[in-house]
Design a protein around this ligand. Structure first.
Ligand code: MTE
Length: 347
């Protein structure tokens, strides 16, 4: 997100692009050696096979930034029901390497630089963790993460993720439909919107304490109820075959693949059912730039840049530019939700 800061960000807080690219080029070449670059680029290994290889491999513990990794959560995620890559709505596009998806992040609670979340969230604590269910719902309360997740069967979903900043990835998430959770807590007939809130904990999240930040905390997002109930919308607890690293939103995040990435709120502690449209962090910050709907739309430019194409990670010295697709390629699934709306007005 091209965040305008109230004060200049000290250069020490930013990961210089050249350093990031050099590191990534190194990682890419090691990965190519390991996988056999020729085989991969000739298409002999299908992306699904790659997903399976990647999904089945347990990560080294140090790959997952977290102060503690609850055993029950590790078991649940590693024993998910679907075979990797076999979930619905999957894509055959190549996966973004784990290293890129976990080192090029937007998680402003940990700083404004793309490398900040990975380096500053190493000791993030997700145990204990609870989620408050509030508002227009028959079963409000504060529930332990284990109780929240217990009835849900996890599956893998390989989705494109398109950031409003015009970079994109392909990520194998592990999660379950948000609709299943919504049905469990029984929203009443007043519930027309759903609001999500991220943890507020400036001691753990230095970005929330920084005077260089302009976003209001806690980070908030929202969906219309029909968007929240759509089967593409998931709550994720894992990626690449294991639990979520802190920088990707551990222990629980939203994934809404047809919307710009900022809708996919991380590290959720509150889910509130509402009659009226909630305020959201980016809309509050700049309402003319970040709309409530935030559907991926190549025809509606951001006021400061075009949205017609995107940089697919990993992009090395020469960017891998591809055309951006309407609704991030999920038009058949979601266009009906916006029938009759002017998406230039409701952007
Ligand atoms: N959630 C919170 N709480 N804080 C954030 O800064 N950034 C958003 C979204 N969710 C963000 C967040 C943005 S701008 C994007 S593009 C995605 O997370 C990035 O997800 P990723 O880092 O897992 O790729």
């Amino acid at each position: 997100m091209l965040i305008k800061t109230k004060k200049e960000i000290p250069s020490s807080e930013l990961t210089p692009e050249s350093v990031y690219r050099q590191r990534r080029e190194f990682l890419k070449s090691s990965a190519n050696i390991a996988l056999g670059a020729g085989v991969l680029s000739s298409g002999l290994i299908s992306p699904t096979a790659l997903a399976q290889t990647d999904g089945l491999r347990s990560r080294a513990p140090e790959d997952i930034n977290l102060a503690s990794k609850p055993a029950w959560l590790l078991d649940k995620v590693r024993n998910r029901a679907n075979a990797p890559g076999s979930g619905p709505y999957t894509t055959t596009e190549s996966l973004t390497p784990f290293e890129d998806a976990t080192n090029y992040n937007n998680f402003f609670e940990f700083g404004n630089g793309k490398g900040d979340p990975a380096s500053r969230a190493r000791e993030f604590r997700i145990d204990p963790w609870s989620v408050e269910i509030a508002g227009e719902v028959n079963k409000p309360g504060r529930y332990n993460l284990e109780d929240i997740l217990q009835p849900h069967t996890l599956g893998e979903r390989i989705y494109r993720l398109r950031c409003v900043e015009a970079f994109s990835m392909v990520v194998p998430w592990i999660g379950f439909p948000l609709a299943d959770l919504i049905n469990r807590f029984e929203p009443n007939s007043n519930a027309r919107f759903i609001e999500f809130e991220t943890l507020y904990d400036p001691e753990q999240m230095p970005g929330q304490a920084a005077r260089t930040s302009s976003l209001g905390w806690p980070y908030r997002e929202g969906l219309r109820m029909d968007e929240a109930m759509h089967p593409l919308t998931i709550l994720a607890v894992g990626m690449y075959g294991d639990i979520l690293p802190a920088q990707n939103g551990a222990p629980l995040r939203l994934v809404v693949p047809w919307k710009y990435g900022f809708k996919s709120i991380k590290s959720i502690v509150r889910i509130n059912f509402r009659q009226d449209m909630p305020n959201t962090a980016w809309n509050d910050y700049a309402s003319g730039e970040y709309g409530f709907y935030a559907n991926v739309n190549p025809e509606v430019s951001h006021p400061r840049w075009s949205q017609s194409s995107e940089r697919r990670l990993p992009s090395g010295l020469f960017d891998r530019r591809i055309d951006t697709q309407m609704f991030n390629g999920y038009t058949d699934e979601v266009a009906h939700l916006y029938a009759g709306m002017d998406l230039r007005v409701d952007f």
